[in-house]
Design a binder for this molecule. Structure first.
Ligand code: AHG
Ligand code: MN
Ligand code: MN
Ligand code: MN
Length: 337
């Protein structure tokens, strides 16, 4: 026995990303690391506001609606402003797309850098007032060669993203990130103010026992989705049915899916013809993370990362998670065609 010494060799997110970039050799300029530092600061800042929200009158509506027709919460607007200010000031961005802004922001020449960031500043708005987990989602593109930053730099398939991630504001703040070399999870050490590597190389189990859908919409779902749900709730004899878990914050539902496995779905249906989730700043980053963790992300008929966006706020059908579970779901779509 004896006293445990604290770990004197902690791996911070910045240290970890620098070492990954180092492995890439000459191509890495360090700019992505600096951009990620700016994103980390926004997550810390948003996290402190989420914690204090009830005490400093940050609960409730801001009074406006966004381009999707959703009523903006005060935290939606505040988180958006935090991110826009920080990303512009970083000097590393050229184009910004936010759920809360109708138009893309083209960064002025003085502050212009080489990256484009698409983001959902506050995901899970409907859960804010109840203190349930919420988050921030982001995806990063490198501008196209020769471009000075236009909307065309973000109207590209998700497979061209260079990094993506989310921060979940829960019992702790967890930042989960991919730069295309697997998925890693970091937990905010509030005393240090640093994200520390706590979940190295996250791999989704090949099959899970959980399904995560807003089944209240089942009357609108297309037949393949309802048939699939029926198959996991009433399995052939001898097998156990799946457990239902649905938080209603994509970040939290995807986080659990990455760690425990299973399937998360927000399909298009008879009422929402393109689904609800937004392609650029919800579906793409989560699909990138899912694939990097060994899972599958599909619309039911198409790989999500292959979609070429035509507008910045377009929506798409989403199913993602454990390989075998998503393949089971896909079989019902294949039978249709
Ligand atoms: P946001 O709060 O950023 O607008 O996103 C809400 C999204 C997503 O977080 C979640 O998966 C989904 O909406 C929940 O929708 P329902 O309330 O229709 O289930
Ligand atoms: Mn919203
Ligand atoms: Mn969202
Ligand atoms: Mn949002």
């Amino acid at each position: 026995s004896g006293e445990e010494h604290p770990n004197t060799n902690i791996i911070t997110l910045t240290r970890h990303v620098l070492s990954q970039q180092f492995q890439l050799g000459a191509q890495a300029s360090g700019d992505l690391t600096l951009l990620l530092t700016a994103i980390q600061v926004t997550s810390k800042f948003i996290a402190t506001n989420v914690r204090k929200a009830r005490l400093i009158n940050l609960i409730g509506l801001a009074g406006d609606t966004n381009v999707q027709g959703e009523e903006q919460k005060k935290l939606d607007v505040l988180s958006n402003d935090i991110m826009v200010n920080s990303l512009r000031a970083s000097g590393k961005t050229a184009v910004l797309v936010s759920e809360e802004l109708e138009e893309a922001i083209i960064i002025d020449e003085k502050h212009r850098g080489k990256y484009c960031v698409v983001f959902d500043p506050l995901d899970g708005s409907s859960n804010i007032d109840a203190g349930v987990n919420i988050g921030t989602i982001f995806g990063i593109y490198h501008i196209r060669p020769g471009s000075e930053g236009t909307i065309q730099d973000v109207l590209r398939p998700g497979s061209e993203m260079v990094a993506a991630g989310y921060t979940m504001y829960g019992s702790s703040a967890n930042l989960v990130l991919t730069t295309g070399q697997g998925v890693n999870g970091y937990t905010l050490d509030a005393a240090l103010g640093e994200f520390i590597l706590t979940h190295p190389d996250i791999r989704i189990p090949p099959r899970g026992k959980i399904y995560s859908f807003n089944e209240g919409n089942a009357m609108y779902f297309h037949p393949p989705v309802n048939k699939y749900l029926e198959s996991i709730k009433f399995p052939s004899t001898g097998k156990s049915p799946y457990s239902a878990r649905y938080i209603g914050s994509m970040v939290a539902d995807v986080h659990r899916t990455l760690l425990y496995g299973g399937i998360f779905g927000y399909p298009d249906d008879k009422k929402s013809k393109s689904g609800k989730l937004r392609l650029l700043y919800e579906a793409f980053p989560m699909a990138f993370l899912t694939e990097q963790a060994g899972g599958i992300a599909t619309t039911g008929t198409k790989r999500i990362l292959d979609i070429v966006p035509t507008t910045i706020h377009e929506r798409c059908s989403v199913f993602l998670g454990s390989k075998d579970d998503v393949l089971d779901l896909k079989k019902f779509y294949d039978q249709e065609s």
